[in-house]
Design a protein. Structure first.
Length: 240
């Protein structure tokens, strides 16, 4: 199969590596464009797999070339595609920025996000929530860092676990932003209004996905936080 053009809509931290996902140019009646999640034959993706030949780590809203080999769905992860990262390095084609990025996020929102968020029939969606709220926390003793975010969509709240602290956020860029905001404290709470004001943004979109099976369950995760205009922060890939 020839190399495929993919716009990256998730770059995330995993316990043993990283994960990415994005949309191809192929049309889809529910999501607008077809989602793919590149995977390897064995093991999780590593940061080196998502680094191009120039040594640049792939970022959100990069449009890249990937050598997708064949679909390898593992329900509910219907979007998984076996990808060759050894002989075909990811190649940056361009970036989606400014008005083009804003138009893309507005256009390709999921028309049936309940299939991911509630029914777990598939595992990736792009949404514009009605409201968001959450927190960053850093335990000064253990060093444990958490980024969590809850949201409402169509009058339904998605709060995460029973503790209602929000869904875990695995987005590398968002987690880096939280660490910067916690530089002089151990906790930072926000809601939609305070977040828009602090970041000077108008709109907030989320890439939401499903985890792999953990302790017999599959959990919803916030894989990326997209703002319009985009926000900037430095990512320390050694400390995600």
């Amino acid at each position: 199969m020839p190399d495929t053009e993919v716009i990256i809509l998730a770059m995330t931290r995993m316990l043993s590596g990283v994960c990415t996902a994005g949309m191809t140019r192929e049309l889809d009646e529910i999501t607008g464009l077809r989602w793919v999640r590149p995977v390897k034959d064995f093991g999780t993706l590593l940061l080196g797999d998502l680094t191009d030949v120039q040594g640049r780590v792939i970022q959100l809203c990069d449009v890249i070339s990937l050598h997708l080999q064949k679909p390898r769905p593992s329900p509910p992860h219907a979007e998984d595609w076996l990808t060759d990262f050894v002989h075909h390095r990811p190649r940056l084609l361009r970036r989606l920025e400014g008005d083009r990025r804003a138009n893309f996020l507005r256009t390709y929102q999921d028309t049936a996000p309940h299939q991911v968020l509630i029914e777990q029939k598939r595992s990736l969606c792009l949404i514009q929530p009605d409201q968001v709220w959450g927190r960053f926390t850093l335990d000064p003793y253990s060093g444990k860092y958490e980024a969590r975010l809850a949201f409402s969509l169509d009058d339904q709240a998605f709060l995460g676990s029973a503790s209602k602290r929000g869904l875990p956020v695995t987005d590398l860029k968002w987690r880096a932003l939280g660490r910067a905001w916690l530089s002089d404290g151990s906790r930072f709470d926000f809601d939609s209004d305070s977040l828009r004001e602090k970041l000077t943004v108008d709109d907030i979109y989320l890439t939401v996905g499903l985890s792999r099976t953990y302790e017999g369950q599959i959990w919803s995760l916030v894989l990326a936080v997209h703002t319009v205009p985009d926000y900037a922060t430095d990512i320390d890939y050694t400390n995600p």
